[in-house]
Design a protein around this ligand. Structure first.
Ligand code: DC
Length: 236
């Protein structure tokens, strides 16, 4: 499967939030010896940059100052052998932990909806995929970043099931959570992602839908791997 003579492809995985896209994308990349890029982490890193540079005040982004400041945003990834994870770096600093903070989560949707931010991220993402052999997950990978990707998957799951998974994860970490609040957050984010003007979340016409509401992680992995094998045979 990861024979170096085999032609490498681009795998685009888009879909709703909290569907487990990054988890399965990372496993597939590992199996194929491909690079895994979590594009959501890139929007989170830009958000962290904006927060640190005073570009967000009272929940509003300063759109006048943003464009010139964006020129100094450089995002890279480097494989961390200790965690087997592709860590994200903002201007050379490992920000893997910082991008998961609440303040980032609360502001990332509006930052990701800004045209200048998307242009910059899409250009960097396309550069990362130049040599193929990449699995990238996000919202617009199959539609905008790699419309020519050989394999496009659109992941979805019932909102209540996604909320239950998040709830279970947080309970396991002893966090105090309310199921209805999580569900509302998920449905709000779905609506926001689908209705924004800039690169809204939508299924590319040639994307294959994976509804994982009633699938285990292993079943999802096998399902995607099956699709990869078909595509590699076709394009190889
Ligand atoms: O996948 P995530 O929750 O880490 O994504 C963080 C935010 O970035 C979320 O608001 C959706 C947005 N996003 C996007 O607009 N385009 C992408 N390709 C990936 C994420």
């Amino acid at each position: 499967m990861s024979d170096s003579n085999e032609k490498k492809i681009i795998i685009a995985i888009d879909g709703y939030s909290s569907c487990g896209k990054s988890t399965v994308a990372k496993e597939i990349a590992k199996k194929l010896n491909y690079v895994f890029i979590d594009s959501g982490a890139m929007y989170r890193a830009v958000t962290l940059f904006c927060l640190r540079n005073g570009l967000v005040a009272g929940g509003t982004v300063n759109l006048t100052k943003l464009p010139e400041k964006l020129e100094s945003v450089h995002i890279t990834f480097a494989f961390n052998p200790a965690t087997a994870h592709n860590d994200i770096f903002l201007n050379g600093e490992n920000v893997e932990t910082e991008i998961r903070q609440l303040a980032v989560a609360q502001n990332v949707s509006q930052i990701a909806a800004i045209a200048d931010v998307r242009r910059l991220m899409v250009a960097q993402q396309q550069e990362m995929g130049r040599t193929k052999g990449i699995v990238m997950d996000g919202r617009d990978i199959g539609t905008v970043v790699f419309p020519e990707a050989e394999l496009k998957i659109f992941m979805t799951a019932d909102a209540k099931i996604r909320a239950q998974r998040r709830y279970d994860e947080m309970i396991a970490k002893n966090e105090k959570v309310d199921f209805q609040e999580i569900l509302k957050n998920i449905t709000d984010r779905d609506r926001f992602d689908e209705t924004r003007d800039e690169s809204p979340l939508r299924r590319a016409e040639d994307a294959i839908v994976l509804d994982n509401s009633h699938m285990t992680r292993e079943e999802q992995f096998e399902w995607i791997l099956g699709k990869v094998e078909e595509k590699i045979k076709k394009h190889g």
